[in-house]
Ligand binder design. Structure first.
Ligand SMILES: Cc1ncc(COP(=O)(O)O)c(C=O)c1O
Length: 391
C-alpha cells in the first residue's frame, strides 16, 4: 500500500562553525554523486591507490599502512588502541580534555594496566610531569595523547610528547582528529607511531571515514601479540593484508564507495592547494577571528600560542545565556557553533574554522551575527570596528 507520509528531504544549508562536522567542499559533494562501482572494480582500485598516496601526503608520512577506516574518528581511536594494546601492557593516558579521557576509556577495554595522567582542562599539558611519570613507571610501553583537544581548544605539544615516549621506550598513539589537513602535523619527522583522524573537519568531507597511519614499530608490536585484537572489523593487519595493502585485493568488507570518492576529492583539493598554504590559511583566519572577538570585548579561553587554529574557544560572557544565543544563531542566521563539553559546559563556545570553512568571509559573517544576538540579550557590542580592522 502506498504511503505518502514521508516527503523528499529538503534541508536548509547551514554554516557549520562548530566543532565538526564542517561544511564539505562543494567539489567533494559533487564527487560523491559519481556512479557507484563495485569495491573491487578496477576503477575503484585506482581510486584507493590515489587515496592511499594522498593520505600519506596529508599525514606527512611514508608509512605503507595508511588507510581510511570505515567509521568516524572514534572507530579510528578504537582501532589504533585495541590493535596496539594488549593485556600485560602498561598505558599512560594523557588527559587535558574530553577526548584524552575517551582514549583512556577505550584503552580500558584492552585489559591492559592504565595509568591516567590528568591536567586541567583548557591548560596545556606539563611535559615535566609527563617525563616524571614515565620515569617513575618503567613498565609503561604505550602513551596516548591528543594533538588538538577539540573540547578545550588547546594544542598539545605532540612532537615533544612523542620524544618523551620514545626516550622511555614507549610507542605513542596520537589523536589528530582536529589537526589533520589544517594544523602542522608531521607524522614521520615527529616520530608518531600510530595516528587516527576524521574526514569531517579540516579535510572538507562529510563524516564517515577515519584515516589512520601506522608505522613499522607499531606493526611489529601488533604482530607480536599473544592473541589477535578483540576486533575483527577493525583488525588493522587483516584490513591491510586483505584489502588496502594487498597486491591482489580481496573482500574484507564492502568499502563505502561514495565516501571514498569524497575523501579522494577532499585530499586532491588539499594537495592542490598545498599543505603549508592550507595551514597558513587556518592560522590567518583563526587569528582574525580571535582578534575580532577580542575587539568586541570577549575573552579567549586559551592564550595565543597554545590554541588550535581550526577551533577557537571563547568564554561565554557572564550576562549571556549560552544555550539561547546558540539557538538564536542557528534559527536567525543559519550558523551553528558548539557548546562547551564536560567541565567547560556552559562556560565556552567552540567556533570552528575548518577546511572549506576557513575563510575570512565566514569570520565576518559570524561576528556580524554574534553582534546581533549579543545585543538582543542586552550586551553593548559592535562588530563593525573589528571587521574594519580585519578587512
Ligand atoms: C579530538 C577528537 N577525537 C575524537 C573525536 C571523535 O570523532 P567522531 O565523533 O568522528 O567519532 C572527536 C570528535 O569531534 C575529536 O574532536
Amino acid at each position: 500500500m502506498s504511503n505518502k507520509k514521508f516527503s523528499k528531504l529538503n534541508i536548509t544549508p547551514k554554516l557549520l562553525l562548530g566543532a565538526g562536522p564542517s561544511n564539505p567542499n562543494p567539489e567533494v559533494l559533487e564527487a560523491m554523486t559519481q556512479p557507484v562501482v563495485g569495491h573491487l572494480d578496477p576503477t575503484f582500485l585506482g581510486i584507493m591507490d590515489d587515496v592511499h598516496e594522498m593520505l600519506k601526503i596529508a599525514f606527512q608520512t611514508s608509512n605503507p599502512m595508511t588507510l581510511p577506516l570505515s567509521g568516524t574518528g572514534t572507530a579510528g581511536m578504537e582501532s589504533c588502541i585495541l590493535n596496539l594494546v594488549e593485556p600485560g601492557d602498561t598505558v599512560l593516558g594523557i588527559e587535558n580534555g574530553y577526548f584524552g579521557h575517551r582514549m583512556i576509556e577505550v584503552a580500558k577495554r584492552s585489559r591492559a594496566n592504565i595509568i591516567p595522567l590528568a591536567f586541567e582542562w583548557g591548560k596545556p599539558v606539563e611535559l615535566e610531569v609527563i617525563e616524571q611519570t614515565l620515569k617513575d613507571n618503567p613498565s609503561i610501553n604505550v602513551v596516548l595523547a591528543v594533538h588538538a583537544e577539540t573540547s578545550t581548544g588547546v594544542l598539545n605539544p605532540i612532537k615533544d610528547i612523542a620524544e618523551l615516549a620514545h626516550k622511555y621506550d614507549s610507542l605513542i598513539v596520537a589523536d589528530t582528529v582536529t589537526s589533520l589537513g589544517g594544523v602542522d602535523l608531521q607524522i614521520d619527522n615527529w616520530n608518531i607511531d600510530l595516528s587516527y583522524s576524521v574526514t569531517q573537519k579540516c579535510l572538507g568531507c562529510p563524516p564517515g571515514l577515519a584515516p589512520v597511519t601506522v608505522n613499522q614499530a607499531s606493526i611489529e608490536k601488533i604482530e607480536r601479540r599473544a592473541v589477535p585484537p578483540n576486533t575483527w572489523y577493525y583488525d588493522l593487519l587483516l584490513l591491510q593484508k586483505t584489502y588496502w595493502g594487498a597486491e591482489q585485493r580481496t573482500y574484507h568488507h564492502t568499502a563505502p564507495i561514495t565516501m571514498i570518492y569524497g575523501l579522494r576529492e577532499g585530499l586532491r583539493l588539499l594537495v592542490e592547494e598545498g599543505i603549508e598554504e592550507r595551514i597558513q590559511k587556518h592560522t590567518d583566519n583563526c587569528n582574525a577571528l580571535r582578534k575580532g572577538l577580542e575587539i568586541m570585548g570577549l575573552e579567549m579561553l586559551v592564550p595565543n600560542g597554545n590554541n588550535i587554529s581550526s577551533l577557537t574557544t571563547v568564554k561565554v560572557p557572564k550576562e549571556i545565556n549560552d544555550q539561547q544565543l546558540r539557538s538564536e544563531l542557528l534559527k536567525n542566521h543559519n550558523i551553528e557553533i558548539s557548546a562547551g563539553l564536560g567541565t567547560l559546559s556552559g562556560q565556552v563556545w567552540r567556533i570552528g574554522l575548518m577546511g572549506e570553512n576557513s575563510k575570512r568571509e565566514n569570520v565576518f559573517r559570524f561576528l556580524e551575527a554574534l553582534e546581533i544576538e549579543l545585543k538582543a540579550q542586552g550586551m553593548n557590542v559592535s562588530a563593525k570596528e573589528a571587521i574594519n580592522q580585519l578587512a
